[in-house]
Design a protein around this ligand. Sequence first.
Ligand code: SF4
Ligand code: SF4
Length: 422
Amino acid sequence: MSTVHNWQLGRPMQYPYDAAYPERQFAFVFNINRCIACQSCTMACKSTWTFNKGQEHMWWANVETKPYGGYPQSWDMKILELLERANPGGQRWNGAGAGKPTSPYGRFDGKTIFETQETLLQPPSSRVLGYLPDDEEWNSPNIWEDNPVGPKGERNRLHPTGEALPVHKTWFFYLARICNHCSYPACLAACPRKAIYKRPEDGIVLIDQEQCRGYRKCVEACPYKKSIYRGNTRTSEKCIACYPRVEGKDPESNGQPMETRCMAACIGQIRMQGLVKLKSDGTWAEDRQHPLYYLVHVAKVALPLYPQFGTEPNGYYIPPRWVPRPYLRQMFGPGVDLAIERYSNPDRELLAVLQLFRRDNRIIYRYAMEKGPEIYRGKLRDRTITLYNDTVIAYGRNGNELFRTTVEEPFHVRPDKHANSI
Ligand code: SF4
Ligand code: SF4
């Protein structure tokens, strides 16, 4: 075991290999508040990568209804329970150092899936705590869709008194998921064939299909269950981050790096993907005008999914405002309250950056703002708010302008010749 620094946990961590960080890291932000579970992302991925024989049950991108849904079923409950059994009562965050760049969420004092070998692992030679889902658990990718938590935690019953923000008594939300292309991938750590590797140019995690012998150690080890076994080829497969698009090889992109298919297809405009610069210690290099750096490290509205697993996932989520906080804290860590407070009362810059989502399919490397006029002043939840019609400009890899857009959405009047017959 080596000692590596996990900035999401705010402490050093045990990992089977020495740390090695890419120049830039594939990362993304999903705004849960906007997801409508249309599954366009899911189908964009499936129709591109997993439509062949033997891949029927394979959904690299999926959207599940929380808290009951999951693909595979109960994946997060199961790994959380294993960790709790390995370290009873000890899976806790300690606020020490919260807010610092090296420990933005404080310090996690519990154990990660790489630090429980002596306690639980069967066989003891396994490197990572995990489990292998059975066939039944992979069968229903959208189980319990739209089932809310009702009174006393009952599934699918509405609370009789109605609901209002800030927190609903009856609630559910949609959790869109892909592989997190983790900085410390559990799939890679567990592979006895060394068939899994992380690309030095963009941190994308891939399985070499020639090397893989289908031992399914990666399926067992990935806490997010994003490596999936294919019976007819006897190999495991996973999200490849649409790497030809990220490399700028999509015929549509004219050489410019493009976001993945699931991002580009997103109807709810919840997704933004980019490539963030890393320092030699694996923390994010300061890049103030990068939209992902801004959302994760400046506005702090986007948080990692289950950081306590220890893989340092590169998927970040703006948590849903209406969900009880204890549930969100176990899922996204201690940054939840600040993230929801900021997202609910966005300042001028945050409002502008949120307009960048899905205006273009090319990857944004930098943004700039031009201040616009005041367009609204009023009260929102007892606070005075002022809105400005600022312009936000997105730039691509070569510094070229990709697009510009405004806080106020453009208003289009449909000409008479397209009159709607309805
Ligand atoms: S999410 Fe799972 S499959 Fe993806 S890199 Fe992390 S550990 Fe590997
Ligand atoms: S396409 Fe976007 S809005 Fe639709 S389910 Fe996927 S993430 Fe949600």
